[in-house]
Design a protein around this ligand. Sequence first.
Ligand code: COA
Length: 688
Amino acid sequence: MSNEKNTDTVHVAHRTAATGEIAVLTIDFPPVNAGSTAMRTALMGALEGLEPARLAGVILTGAGGNFVGGADIREFDAPAVPPHLPDIIAKIEALPVPVVAAMEGAALGGGYELALGCDARVAGPRAVVGLPETTLGLIPGSGGGVRVSRLVGEVRAIELVTSGRRVKSAEALELGMIDAIAEGDVVEAAIAHLEKMDGQKRILRELPARPGERQAVEAAKAAALKKGRGSLAVAEAIEAVRQAQTLPVGEALAAERETSLRIRRGPQSRALRHLFFAERAATKLPEGVEPGRVETVGIVGGGRMGQGIALAFAQAGLTVRIAERDATFLATAMKALETAAQDLAARGRIASAAALMERLLPGELGAVADCDLVVEAIIEDMEAKKALFGQLDQILSDDAILATNTSYLDIDEIAAATKLPGRVAGLHFFNPANVMRLVEVIDAEATTGKVLATLVALAKRIRKLPVVAKVGEGFIGNRVFAAYRRQAEFLIEEGALPWEIDAAIEDFGFAMGFFKVYDLAGLDIAWARRQRLAPTRDPKARYVEIPDVLCEMERFGRKTGSGWYDYASGKPVPDPKTEEVIAKEMARKGIEPRTFTADEIISRIMAAIVNEAALLLGEGIAARASDVDIVLVNGYGFPKLKGGPLHWAAAQPREAFLESVAAMADASGHGIEPAANLEAVLKEAEDL
Ligand code: COA
C-alpha cells in the first residue's frame, strides 16, 4: 500500500499475487469516505489511471475503518455533478479484470451500490451493508435496487430497500448480499477471493431478474407501505424494485436514477436529511473534554421508569444495581424485569434472558455505593429527592455521577442538597426507557463539563439519542408539550371536540391524537401537576377546568375505562358524556361554541408549539432550533417526514405563519404573546 499520509484522495498501490499483479485502490476521505464530488472525481481518476493489461484484478477498499458511508448527504441540495456514481460503476464493470470490494465498517447507500458494481464483495465480520436511502426520503440512485434484487430476489429486495435496514456481515452472507466474510485483514481476504475467481467477471446487471411469487410480493409491499406510512420514498422504492424485474436492465437503472434525483429535492427528503444532521449536531461531544468511564450503573427506584432505565443499560452490556427501600417493591421490580427479559428474548431482541438478568442486581441503597453513575427514578417529590441525593452524596465516591430522572423538578435545588453539586445532572428518559431513543441530558447550573460529556457519551454508547437542555420547567420536550396540551384544551373550550382535534393531528402525521395520548398517560398525572402549580399560577391566565372535572368524575383515561374517550369496547370511542362536560363548562363561562376546520386546528396547535420552542430557545433551555425538532420527533410523535416543528414552520409562508402565531396568542389570552425572537428562530431553522 502507498505510504502517503495525505487524505482526501484515492491511494493506488500494486501488489504481486499468485495470479499476477493486483491494484489496490483505497478511498481515503475522512470521516466516512462519503461519495462527494471530490471523492468520485478521485476514484474515477484512479480507475482511469489503471493499466488493465498489466493486471490480474483490482481491490477496492476504504481507509479509516469504513468502506464508504454513502453518498455525501451534504451535496444533495445542489444538482448532481459528474462524474456520477453510475459512471464509476460502468467503468468498473467495463474493466476486463475482476474487481473485488473489500469492506470494513459501513458500506451503505452509495457505498453498497459501489460494492454492487464490483464483481464480488468481501466484508469484515463487523461490517454493515445496506441501502438506507429511504430513511433519508430517497431511493437508491445508482442501481442499488436493480442489482440487489438480482442477488436476493424481489421479495427480500422490497424489505431491504424500504426498511433501509443495516445488515451485518453474517446475515448479509446468508442473504447473498456479500460473497465472503474476511477472517483476518479484509484486503488480504479480498485478494484471496480474487485469486479464486480466476480472472472471471461477474457483472450483477447481467444476471437475470428474480421476480417474486405474486402473493409474497403483495404481502411484502403491504407490510412496507404500512411501516412507511406516508413515505413517498417507500412507495417509489417498491416501484423501482418492480421495474427492476419487468424492464430491460438499462431502462430499470435509468428509471431508478431519475426517481432518486427527483425525490431528493422534495420536502420529505429535506426533512429527513435535516433530522440526520440535527442528531449529529446534538450528540457531538464538546471539544477538549474527555468523557469518563461508566461501567456500573445504580438505579434507585424500581418503578416503571426505573425498570426501563435498568433494562436500557443492561441491554447495552453494563452492570446495573437496582435499589429499592422496600423489599416487596424490589421483589416486584425484579419479577417485572425477568418477564421483560424473557419477552425480549422471545422476540429475538436479546440472545439470552438469563445473561441479561445476570447484569441486573437487586439490593438496598448501600449496594449502589461502588457505582460510577447513579440514576434516581423515585417519586416526583422534591423533599424525597433532596433527602436521597444527600444520602447518595455521602456513600458514593467523589467522582461518581448523580443523575435524576425528574421530568419537571428543579435540578439545581436537588443538587444543592449535595456537597458536590458539580456531579449532579439530569437524565430524563422517556417511557418505556429501554425502547424510546430520546434522553434529555440536563446541564444544571453547577454540572461540570466532564460530567455532561460523560453522560452524552454514555447515552450514545447505549444507543440513545441524547439532547442537552438546561434546567427549566419541563426542560425541552415537556415544556413544548405543555403548550401543545394547553392549546388543545383551549380549542376544546371554544368548540372543537377532542376527536376532531385528534383526527386533524393524526392526519397531519402525528403518531397518535393528543387526547388519546392523554388518556393513555392518565389524566390524574397532569391533574396532580396542575394542583402542584396552582399556588403559583397567574390568576389572570386562561385556565380550562374541563380535564379537572373529568378527573373529579374519576375519568382518568384508559386505565379507568374512560377519560376523554370511552373504552368500554377496548378502543377509544367518542363519548357523549365528555361532550356534556364540555358543553356545561362552556355554558358556565358563557362561551359561544364555534366549529373548527382541520386546518384551523393545525394552525393553532403548530403556532403554540413553535412559539413555545422560540421562548425556550430565547431562554437558553435548548441550544439549537434543531434540538427542539429531534426532541419532538423522537419523544412526542411529531411526524418525522415533516422534520420537526421548527423545520416545518420555517418552510411555511413567513407572513401567514407569523399571523397564525399572533392569532393563537390573541385567542389564548393573558400571558401568551408571540415570542420576540420568533422570526430569528425561524431564520435559524431554514438550514435545509
Ligand atoms: N454524507 C455526509 N456526511 C456524512 C455521511 C454522509 N453519507 N455519513 C456520515 N457523515 C458525517 C457525519 O455527519 C459526521 O460528521 P461531523 O463529524 O461533521 O458531525 C461524520 O460523518 C461521522 O458520522 P457519525 O455518524 O458520527 O459516525 P459513526 O462512525 O457513528 O457512523 C456511519 C458512521 C457511516 C455508519 C453513519 O454516519 C451513517 O449511518 N451515515 C449515513 C449513511 C447513509 O444513510 N448513507 C446513505 C446516503 S444516501
